[in-house]
Design a protein around this ligand. Structure first.
Ligand code: PMP
Length: 410
C-alpha cells in the first residue's frame, strides 16, 4: 500500500472552508481545479495576518512595517526557489501568473534575440497563454512558429521531433501537463533534446506544479512559468523561473519604480534580475500567500498528492467508461488530475449547465486550447479536474449526474 493511502484526506479536506457549502440545495462538488484550486485556511489566514499586522510597501521604506513586508516578500522568493529546486532566489521573478511570465519571456527575450528565419517550437497542445504571446513576437520579429503534432491518443508525436528541432530553433516552449488531455509530457527528454541543438527551453508548469514533484534542475529547463492560484495559493501571483545567466541576458520589459539603480531625465540603469523584471509595487501579499501555500503543500507532500490525485483520476476514467455515448480524451494513466470527455447528445456548455444545477462544478468549452480542439474535430469538451480534497464519493455522484444527463439530452 502506498503511503498516501494512510493520509487522512478527509481531515485535509476540512482545511478548505469553501468546500463546506450547498450549491442549488446540493453539497458542492468542485471539479474545476485545473482552472483554479481552492485555498486552505492556512493561506487565507496568512493573507489576513499580513494585512492586519505587517502591510507596507517593500524595498523603499526605512520603517518597521516596510522592513517586515520586505523581509517576508524576499523570504517568499527563497521559499519558491527551494520548492522548485532553483539554484538561488535570484532565479525567481514574481509575476501575475503563468500568462504574464510567458509574455515576459516572449516580449523581452524574443524582442532582443529573435531574428527573421529563427524558429520558436511549440506543441499543438499549448494553452493559448503559451501560443498567443509567441504569435505576437513572431509577427514583430519575423521569427516563425513550428508545432510538435499531437497523436490521436493525446501524446506528443515524438518521432517528429528530430525533423522539427533544427538549428533554426532558438526556443522550445511546451507544457508539462496538458490542461485538456491530462498528458504528462517527458520534460527531461524534451529539454535534453533542445539543449543538444542549442535551443533554450521554457516549460509551462501551470498544471503540474501543485500536483507532482517538480525540480527545475532535474528537468533541465532554462525557464519555467507557473501560477499561485493553481496550487492552493492566491490569484494575482505567479513565477517566472530562469537560470541566472539567461535572466541576466534579458532586458527589462516594463519600466518604473523598484527596478532601477539610477535615473536621469534621459537615461536609466537597471537593477540585476530578478528585481529588474518587477517594476512597480508587486503583489506583496500574494507572494507571502504563495509561500504559505508552498508550506501547506509540502506538509502533505507532492508525491502523496500525486498518488491521491491519480487514484481519483483512474477511478473517474474507469467509471466514466460505463456511460454509453461518452468518449474520453487523452492517454491512459499516468496522467494529470483531469478527465476531458464528450457526450454525443449534449454540447459541453449544456452539459456543464446541467451539472451546475445539481451542485457539480465542471468546465465546458475549448479550455483555451482552440487549436487542439480543432485537431480533434471538436467544438470543445467537458472537463472534470481534481485536487487532493476531492473524494471517490464525489466522482460517484458525478457519474450519477452524467447518467441522468444521457437520458435528459437523449
Ligand atoms: N498554461 C496552462 C497549461 C494552463 O492550464 C493555464 C490556466 N488554465 C495557463 C497556462 C494560464 O494560467 P494563468 O491564467 O494563471 O496565467
Amino acid at each position: 500500500m502506498h503511503k498516501s493511502a494512510l493520509i487522512d484526506w478527509e481531515k485535509i479536506r476540512a482545511d478548505f472552508p469553501i468546500l463546506d457549502q450547498q450549491v442549488r440545495d446540493q453539497p458542492l462538488i468542485y471539479f474545476d481545479n485545473a482552472a483554479t484550486t481552492q485555498k486552505p485556511r492556512a493561506v487565507i489566514e496568512t493573507l489576513r495576518n499580513y494585512y492586519e499586522h505587517d502591510n507596507a510597501n517593500v524595498h523603499r521604506g526605512l520603517h518597521e512595517l516596510s522592513s517586515r513586508a520586505t523581509e517576508a516578500y524576499e523570504r517568499s522568493r527563497q521559499r519558491v526557489a527551494e520548492f522548485i529546486g532553483a539554484e538561488s532566489e535570484e532565479e525567481i521573478v514574481f509575476t501575475r501568473g503563468t500568462t504574464e511570465s510567458i509574455n515576459l519571456v516572449a516580449q523581452a527575450w524574443g524582442g532582443k534575440f529573435l531574428r527573421p528565419g529563427n524558429v520558436v517550437l511549440l506543441t499543438e497542445m499549448e494553452h493559448h497563454s503559451n501560443l498567443v504571446p509567441w504569435q505576437l513576437i513572431a509577427e514583430k520579429t519575423g521569427a516563425e512558429l513550428r508545432f510538435v503534432p499531437v497523436r490521436d491518443d493525446g501524446t506528443l508525436a515524438l518521432e517528429k521531433l528530430s525533423s522539427l528541432l533544427t538549428k533554426e530553433v532558438k526556443m522550445f516552449a511546451f507544457t508539462h501537463i496538458s490542461n485538456s488531455l491530462g498528458t504528462i509530457n517527458p520534460v527531461t527528454e524534451l529539454c535534453a533534446r533542445a539543449r543538444a541543438i542549442g535551443a533554450l527551453t521554457l516549460v509551462d508548469l501551470a498544471q503540474s506544479i501543485g500536483h507532482i514533484p517538480v525540480n527545475v534542475r532535474e528537468l533541465g529547463c532554462d525557464l519555467a512559468a507557473f501560477s499561485g492560484h493553481k496550487m492552493a495559493g492566491p490569484t494575482g501571483i505567479g513565477v517566472l523561473y530562469g537560470r541566472r545567466e539567461i535572466l541576466e541576458a534579458i532586458p527589462p520589459w516594463q519600466g518604473g519604480g523598484e527596478m532601477i539603480t539610477s535615473v536621469t531625465l534621459q537615461k536609466t540603469t537597471f537593477k540585476r534580475s530578478p528585481h529588474r523584471f518587477e517594476a512597480g509595487t508587486p503583489d506583496i501579499a500574494g507572494a507571502i500567500g504563495l509561500a504559505a501555500a508552498i508550506d501547506y503543500l509540502e506538509r502533505i507532500g507532492r508525491a502523496d498528492i500525486f498518488q491521491h490525485d491519480s487514484r481519483l483520476t483512474s477511478y473517474a476514467m474507469e467509471r466514466l467508461t460505463e456511460i454509453p455515448s461518452l468518449r474520453l480524451l487523452g492517454p491512459p494513466a499516468p496522467r494529470g488530475a483531469l478527465v476531458g470527455f464528450v457526450m454525443a447528445a449534449a454540447h459541453p456548455h449544456d452539459l456543464t449547465t446541467f451539472a451546475d444545477q445539481r451542485g457539480l462544478a465542471l468546465r465546458g468549452g475549448h479550455h483555451c486550447n482552440q487549436p487542439l480542439m480543432r485537431r480533434f474535430g471538436l467544438p470543445g469538451t467537458t472537463r472534470a479536474s481534481f485536487y487532493f480534497y476531492n473524494t471517490l464519493e464525489e466522482i460517484d455522484r458525478m457519474v450519477e449526474i452524467l447518467r441522468d444527463a444521457v437520458h435528459f439530452f437523449a
